[in-house]
Ligand binder design. Structure first.
Ligand code: F0G
Length: 457
């Protein structure tokens, strides 16, 4: 087998800026050791997120020129609607400016106090929108999904027996819908099997609960199904995607991931009444139903991106390039959440820095050091992001202390990734010298975006 290469050539480039270690030390200090506060220009390789950071293709840029900017009934909307319907089979296709806007509209209609929304694992904005409505967001991952060192094919799965037990416990009338997130981002970018989607749907049908997909990374999930699930090897990714959605009564989507665009999303639903309420709310807060907070050109780029994402050469390269990073780090002894996910590698800071207790934020220490050593920006997904406090001020740490290296789509080449590997390994070799951090200032909610840190002595 030959090297799996980037299935594209580069037509337009964006220079990246090199800094010295001394400069980075100063920049880190000025940003209070919070990489969200570092200007992106001072970052060499930006692995903060795979969301909205994709490189668009020539055809997508051509679509940008062709965008129809009519307020109502734009041609671009119909192209977008047709494409989304072709993949999802869903009846009502409602554009939104990004994923969380779809979530907000959906949960402000179906959520509310006393309601529960189960999911394999909610992403933070999904959880926030469920909880903002007064409802409770419930994560039901499988046991293997909770263990970073376990290697298994579908660690993103929903724990179906727990779901059924949960429905019986709280009552089906208190569950407006059940969700599965593909791939499971909070659980390490891990895929969900078709079997698991089918079984979840069947429990939902038994109790009359609508089943929704949080579909951000649907194509990456479908590719894993093709590679790992018996019976799917000879079926096209497009057909796998169509089967995944065939079980869904609705879906929310951030097009900033698997639609290969910088902005956009949608809410897709079968229920006519729910769709009417959603469109009414959309008009108040996003825009008219044929643009929903987007420009016509954005809708063109999404429609084109949804075609390109199904290219199996692209998906092979995509999944392999993330796996390559994971493989090399594992070989060097760096503990990562296993196996490599679809869009990111998650370093296991708890195992890499056992000398730094959760209260001194080992993930944050690793994030700061990756920037210091190599100008790489990663994100802490641990007690900074998910830590809570007891009433006496004691920290309740997160279950895992992870550092996510999210790979933007079609942006970095293998030599960029080789450089990332060198920086991570160099940091790992000096791990004993790393120190913890304390938080000196923080916001009451979503503190990781703005918190200020100071290194411990
Ligand atoms: N659902 C999942 C699974 C996500 O990963 C995200 C965003 C959203 C919903 C919300 O979409 O940003 O368009 O409003 N995830 C990004 C990330 C931010 O870095 O993982 P959005």
């Amino acid at each position: 087998m030959k090297t799996i290469i980037e299935p594209f050539k580069i037509k337009s480039v964006e220079p990246i800026k090199f800094t010295t270690r001394d400069e980075r030390e100063r920049i880190l200090k000025e940003a209070y050791y919070n990489v969200f506060l570092i200007p992106a220009e001072e970052v060499l390789i930006d692995l903060l997120t795979d969301s909205g950071t994709s490189a668009m293709s020539a055809d997508q840029w051509a679509g940008i020129m062709k965008g129809d900017e009519s307020y109502a009934g734009a041609r671009s909307f119909y192209r977008f609607e047709k494409k989304v319907r072709e993949l999802t089979g869903l009846k009502h296709i409602i554009p939104t400016h990004q994923g969380r806007a779809a979530e907000r509209i959906l949960f402000s209609i179906v959520g509310g106090k006393g309601k529960y929304v189960p999911n394999n694992s909610h992403f933070d904005t999904t959880r926030a929108n469920v909880e903002f409505s007064g409802a409770e967001a419930v994560d039901l991952p499988t046991e293997e999904g909770k263990r970073p060192e376990v290697i298994a094919d579908f660690k993103g799965n929903m724990d179906v027996p727990s779901l059924e037990a949960f429905i019986k416990k709280v009552g089906r009338e208190n569950i407006p819908l059940c969700m599965i997130t593909v791939t499971n981002n909070s659980g390490g970018g891990q895929p969900v099997s078709m079997k698991n989607i089918r079984e979840t749907k069947s429990v939902c049908t038994k109790y009359g609960i609508p089943f929704f997909l949080d579909a951000c990374r649907f194509a990456e999930n479908a590719y894993f199904i093709k590679k790992r699930e018996p019976g799917y090897a000879n079926i096209s990714v497009k057909q796998i995607v169509q089967e995944m959605f065939s079980y869904a009564d609705g879906a929310t989507m951030s097009a900033k991931k698997d639609a290969l665009v910088n902005m956009g999303g949608f809410l897709a639903i079968n229920d006519d009444k729910l769709a009417t309420s959603a469109r009414n709310l959309l008009i108040v807060t996003e825009g008219f139903p044929t643009y929903g907070g987007l420009a016509g050109r954005d809708l063109e780029a999404i429609a084109q991106g949804l075609d390109e994402i199904l290219d199996e050469h692209y998906l092979q390269y995509r999944i392999r390039s993330v796996e390559y990073l994971g493989e090399k780090l594992t070989k060097a002894g760096v503990a990562i959440l296993q196996p490599p996910g679809g869009h990111a590698i998650y370093l296991d800071a708890k195992r890499i820095l056992p000398h730094i207790p959760p209260g001194e934020y080992p993930g944050q220490s690793l994030v700061a050091e990756l920037y210091r050593v190599g100008g790489i920006r990663a994100v802490e997904i641990g007690s900074v992001m998910f830590g809570k406090y007891e009433s006496d001020g004691q920290l309740i740490p997160a279950r895992m202390e992870l550092v996510r290296l999210a790979i933007p789509r079609r942006v970095y080449t293998q030599s960029h990734i080789d450089y990332v590997i060198e920086v991570v390994v160099e940091t790992f070799e000096k791990r004993q010298a790393l120190k913890g951090y304390e938080i000196v200032e923080e916001a009451p909610m979503l503190r990781h975006f703005t918190a200020k840190f100071s290194p411990m002595n």
